[in-house]
Design a protein around this ligand. Sequence first.
Ligand code: CU
Length: 195
Amino acid sequence: MHTTGMTGPRGVWWKPAHASEKVWFTIAFVWCMILFAMMPLWHLRGGQNPSGIRAKVDPDAYRARVSQFIQDYQIGTDNNLPVVAPPPGSDVYLQGQMWAWIPVLQLEEGVEYTLHLSSVDMNHGFNLYPFNINFQVVPGYDYGLRVTPTEAGDFRIVCNEFCGVGHHLMVGKIVVVPRRSAGASSPAPALGGGQ
Ligand SMILES: [Cu+2]
């Protein structure tokens, strides 16, 4: 007689776990617990996950905010993109869109800014070259990251989330200038070459 779901199998149909199975199960379980503990630990102690501002935002409202930001602090242009030098410590707005990062930012070294990231069309990826900074830029959400540029230079923002035929051209720029002494302000955007 064959076994169906209605009649249980006869006798001892299972075998106790072999010692090696128990060992592997224990290893896997302990590893799960370590990874589980690492999530909050990484967030609180590792400095790996950004703890910033998260808010919902209407893409059109974000676009308007970026325009206002550009209007307030624009100091020039670079490859037809506005170059913006916001006051030290202020809120900085960066807009991801197909296929540009707007505007070009000029920040001061050693000053903390709140860098707002959002997209006005689709998902983009904020990857600050050559650093290991990687962040999803999502339409409808405003992520405010607290950032302090630690070295002066000319850095590229590479989009690392495929966003259509112009994806490979989606390169933005952040220029970090040495800290200016308070008061002296004749912004000299050291923007060489361009890409
Ligand atoms: Cu993109």
